[in-house]
Design a protein around this ligand. Structure first.
Ligand SMILES: [Zn+2]
Length: 218
């Protein structure tokens, strides 16, 4: 497994860069919103980690999701702008970047504060990685697990992490996580997790769910 470090080892900007007009104002606005919402202080040019105790779980998860996505977006944009300078442009100097740098880290949410949506998003990222599809800078570096294997791994950890009882699983013949409690799949005693659509076409002899749905349709 490998993690893209993004800005973790970045000491600064090598030289002034051309970025699209308005970028710098947008960056400052974003950083100030995160810092004021989560009450993050800057100390010795680092974000001081705090327990984010002044905000609700919902706000924390929402800001973390947005900010962490933004860090990756900014990293990728910088590479793209360096390769092909935008027009019209404004200049991003080393000094500008020095102000951004403390904020170019992820906001880590401890599992006990994960909301329903945040848990789901995290599991979806892990699922993608286990299927050998790079996600949020994480690569598997191993042969992809099958949909069933990856589903089982998610299931194993759900005992500790699925406090909102989403019951995520990969439905039969699908390649994504679905939630039982959200009604996205059903449980068949013969086929396991299966979507409503798939159950209608189930070829398993005597599939009880298919029979049940067929009776409903009548
Ligand atoms: Zn069945």
């Amino acid at each position: 497994m490998a993690y893209n470090p993004f800005f973790d080892f970045t000491a600064g900007l090598a030289k002034t860069m051309k970025v699209p007009v308005g970028t710098k104002a947008d960056i400052v606005k974003h950083i100030k919103t995160v810092e004021s919402t989560l009450k993050i202080e800057r100390e010795n040019n680092h974000w001081e980690r705090n327990g984010y105790s002044t905000v609700s779980d919902e706000v924390l998860c929402e800001i973390a999701e947005e900010h962490n996505t933004w860090v990756i977006w900014f990293y990728n944009r910088l590479e793209a702008w360096a390769e092909k300078p935008p027009k019209p442009f404004e200049k991003m100097t080393k000094k500008d970047f020095k102000y951004y740098l403390p904020a170019l880290v992820r906001v880590i949410v401890p599992p006990e504060r994960w909301t329903r949506d945040y848990y789901r998003k995290r599991m979806e990222v892990l699922y993608e990685v286990m299927r050998s599809r790079e996600c949020e800078g994480i690569t598997f570096d191993e042969k992809a697990l099958t949909t069933k294997q990856a589903s089982q791994v998610i299931n194993l950890f759900s005992e500790f992490l699925d406090v909102h009882d989403l019951r995520l699983a990969v439905p039969k013949d699908c390649d994504y996580l679905a939630s039982l409690s959200e009604g996205e799949y059903e449980w068949c005693e013969r086929c396991g997790a299966i979507t409503y659509e798939h159950s209608l076409e189930c070829r398993k002899h005597g599939c009880p769910l298919k029979k049940e749905h067929a009776e409903e349709e009548r």
